[in-house]
Design a protein around this ligand. Structure first.
Ligand SMILES: [Zn+2]
Length: 313
């Protein structure tokens, strides 16, 4: 790693590699706000499985270098996408042609449909030359991967954060790569998924016997963070019900809602998107039903007093 690996933004530290269990690594990009996601990889005797990539070309290349440095000459055989969002998939192409990209069937559809559309939401980010590369092996419910004799269970838990969330669970080590089912120290974001479905996903995960979570954003944590995410989502449901019954809009409801202890979480403007999703569910619409993202993001900017979401990627 050279000085090129130092982020432009002095306020955030460089990405950090954490070995959470022998051969199992989390790659942690603090502060975990918009576009600063976590990835990871598992190194066996014979090959490497990578979980997610990064938002920009250079962050994805730093990550690739970190994998290379740790795994030496071992082949990077597979790359798992936990969901379609650009901060987890933009760097997929950096791992081609060697790696086979795996994801949920809807993740493939959404990566293709989104293209590079996310760039519009974050002007000022140095993207590099991103080439869209969707999963080429897809599944609907679950798929097992093996690294030597270590089993990695890919389990569909959506719709939750999006329509296509999967987690990577390593039962023998009690390690979970949760994707964005867990935001640690950041505001969960359910606009593109389902608030109710996310709460169900958390219950399912609690039954696994997890010891360590590499979350989609924020520091490595234990299973207690599942309850914190759940508390926030129930808070959103409660605020939504109050606003919905009073005939308020999601934006007005957000502006009138006191975030209380959740005010410390990063990217508070996500409340507006979360309320839109909760209102949709109160209208009886199906989980993950499409909503007008552009208009809702504009309202998130309005909630922020005209500021675009802050992205340090
Ligand atoms: Zn996401």
């Amino acid at each position: 790693m050279t000085s090129a690996h130092v982020p432009d933004h002095a306020e955030i530290p460089p990405p950090k590699l954490e070995e959470v269990s022998p051969g199992i690594f989390g790659y942690i990009q603090m502060d975990g706000s918009w576009g600063l996601n976590n990835t990871g990889f598992i190194v066996g005797a014979d090959g490497v499985v990578v979980i997610d990539t990064c938002f920009t070309e250079r962050r994805s290349r730093w990550f690739y270098e970190a994998v290379r440095k740790t795994a030496a000459e071992r082949a990077i055989r597979t790359l798992v996408n936990t969901h379609h969002h650009g901060d987890h998939t933009h760097g997929n192409y950096v791992f081609l042609p060697a790696a086979t990209i795996i994801g949920h069937e809807k993740c493939r559809e959404e990566v293709i449909a989104a293209g590079l559309g996310t760039k519009g939401m974050f002007p000022g980010v140095d993207w590099g030359e991103i080439v869209v590369a969707p999963p080429v092996v897809t599944f609907e419910d679950r798929l097992n991967l093996y690294i030597d004799s270590l089993r990695v269970e890919l389990i569909f838990v959506g719709p939750a954060h999006t329509t296509n969330d999967i987690v990577a669970w390593v039962p023998e080590r009690r390690v979970l790569f949760s994707g964005d089912i867990v935001f640690n120290q950041g505001t969960p974001f359910a606009l593109m998924g389902s608030v109710a479905g996310w709460l169900e996903a958390l219950e399912r995960l609690k039954g696994l016997g997890i010891e360590t979570i590499v979350p989609g954003h924020g520091p490595v944590c234990g299973p207690e963070v599942l309850d914190e995410v759940g508390d926030y989502l129930r808070f959103v449901q409660h605020a939504a019900k109050k606003g919905f019954d009073a005939g308020r809009t999601p934006l007005d409801t957000a502006l009138e809602t006191d975030l209380g202890r959740f005010a410390d979480l990063l990217d508070k403007e996500r409340l507006v998107g979360n309320l839109h999703r909760a209102f949709s569910e109160l209208r009886g619409e199906p989980k993950g039903a499409p909503l007008s993202l552009g208009a809702i993001v504009a309202e998130m900017v309005q909630y922020n007093g005209g500021q675009m979401p802050r992205c340090l990627a």
